[in-house]
Ligand binder design. Structure first.
Ligand code: PLP
Length: 447
């Protein structure tokens, strides 16, 4: 491809490309002229620390030398359609199954997160012979029609009226719950009792699956109260419902363990994944299924497929990415640097505009408020998508960016999810920038 200068890149992007989740006339994207590790530079040579790993996928950081090297050789491998056996597909599926909870048996490969959830929906319906699908409010599962129907926030409105039989239930969100629970255990009991009622009202005999992000990501890193996920598992067992964990954002080390479910005491029936499996260097996702689901398809046709299922280039990149996690101990490293992130986040609670901080590993959110005592959010629920972004939160994100801290927000939460390769020193420098920005923000816009 002929090279283009930054102004041509921007101009042609605006002229020819439709950009997601935006009014096209407002689109004014940066370009990345250079990148390395946790940093990237824009067209005017401003340097940013990438504190959201692009869209929470660049776990191994920008321009990882081992992946750049892999790309040099990848063209030598013949492309093979899904019907062929390939070394990279076999090796990657084996590595994923071995890294997943012990009940997991096989992998179906897709090209991304939403497609993975769509295929998990289909498989759950095939295996159970039931049609209803439960998922939660304040979840994001993707933008395709199936995954969009799972999604429990405003980004699903465009697929409504949705598919019959998609039911939503509440995500525990203790900071904003109308009840002030004396303990996590009591919160868990409350949410599980409500869910059980809802399952009974809907008729468990028609419910195929419950989809859950074990730790909802873009909706603000909502850590579940103790025993909650285990309780959902028990309800699934009681009623013969499949439990499907969406680990598109949390999978592959983000939370300081390989999968978020590894922090808890239960095993799901399926795990959907994408992003971290290739660190975003190639578009790949998939569904990991347990032995029960895998066995079902021994004697029943798996009535689904994708042209790029197990794509040679993507699975090869996936293998190399998983090798990097292991060789560089990145997951243990994420857990360790995550402890420092936790300390820095707790300190932010002294700011009047910081209502809550939530974190696990290198996966965190800072929830901003206009008033700490009333918890008035910085942005009212449901008002930040499909609108001109002029509110206080966009001002905060712009200030962060001017200070060289790159991330994004959803509703009132700012996402902090740097590449897992970040050092403690880089993290501290980034959090200094965050604090500096909070001071400017409060002075200029709030108090
Ligand atoms: N599931 C979760 C939890 C996600 O965070 C995302 C994307 O951010 C998706 C699914 C959708 O993935 P994709 O955009 O690759 O379709």
């Amino acid at each position: 491809m002929k090279s283009m200068d930054a102004s041509q890149i921007k101009q042609e992007n605006q002229q020819y490309v439709l950009h997601s989740w935006s009014k096209q006339k407002n689109v004014n994207p940066k370009t990345i002229s250079k990148a390395e590790g946790v940093f990237f530079w824009d067209e005017t040579d401003n340097k940013y620390i990438d504190m959201c790993s692009q869209l929470v996928y660049l776990n191994v950081g920008h321009q990882h030398p081992k992946l750049l090297e892999e790309f040099k050789h990848i063209g030598e491998i013949p492309l093979a359609a899904p019907g062929f056996a390939t070394a990279s597909k076999a090796a990657l599926a084996r590595k994923i199954v071995k890294a997943a909870p012990s009940n997991m048996a096989k992998v179906f490969f897709t090209s991304g997160g939403a497609e993975s959830n769509d295929h998990a929906i289909k498989m759950a319906r095939m295996v159970t012979g039931r049609y209803k699908i439960f998922s939660r409010y304040r979840s994001y599962h993707g933008a395709t029609f199936g995954a969009g129907n799972l999604t429990g926030e405003s980004r699903r409105f465009e697929v409504e009226p949705g598919i019959p039989g998609f039911i939503k239930f509440d995500t525990p969100y203790l900071y904003r719950e109308v009840v002030d629970f004396p303990s996590e255990e009591e919160a868990t009991q409350f949410y599980l009792a409500r869910l059980k009622n809802q399952l009974l009202y809907e008729g468990p005999q028609s419910i195929a699956a419950i989809f859950i992000e074990p730790i909802p990501g873009s909706n603000g890193v909502l850590i579940p109260p103790k025993g909650y996920l285990e309780g959902v598992r028990a309800l699934c067992d009681e009623f013969g419902i499949l439990m499907i964990c969406d680990e598109v954002m949390t999978g592959f080390g983000r939370t300081g363990k390989m999968f978020a479910v590894d922090h808890f005491n239960f095993e799901p029936d399926m795990i959907t994944f994408a992003k971290g499996v290739t660190s975003g260097y190639a578009p790949l996702g998939g569904v990991i299924v347990n032995d029960k689901v895998a066995n079902y398809f021994d004697d029943h046709v798996l009535m689904t497929g994708l042209t790029y299922s197990g794509h040679t280039v993507c699975t090869q990149i996936g293998c190399t990415t998983l090798d990097i996690y292991q060789e560089e101990n990145l997951i243990e490293h994420a857990a360790k640097v995550g402890e420092q992130l936790a300390k820095r986040l707790e300190q932010l609670l002294s700011f009047n505009s910081v209502g809550d901080v939530r974190y696990i590993g290198l996966f965190a959110a800072v929830e901003l408020v206009k008033d700490k005592t009333t918890k008035q959010p910085i942005i009212e629920y449901g008002t930040d998508y499909g609108k001109d972004k002029v509110g206080l939160m966009s001002k905060f994100i712009s200030l962060l960016s001017e200070n060289g801290f790159y991330t994004y927000s959803h509703e009132s939460s700012v996402i902090i999810a740097p590449p897992l390769v970040i050092t403690e020193q880089q993290l501290n420098e980034a959090m200094d920038l965050f604090e500096k920005t909070l001071i400017q923000f409060e002075q200029q816009y709030l108090f």
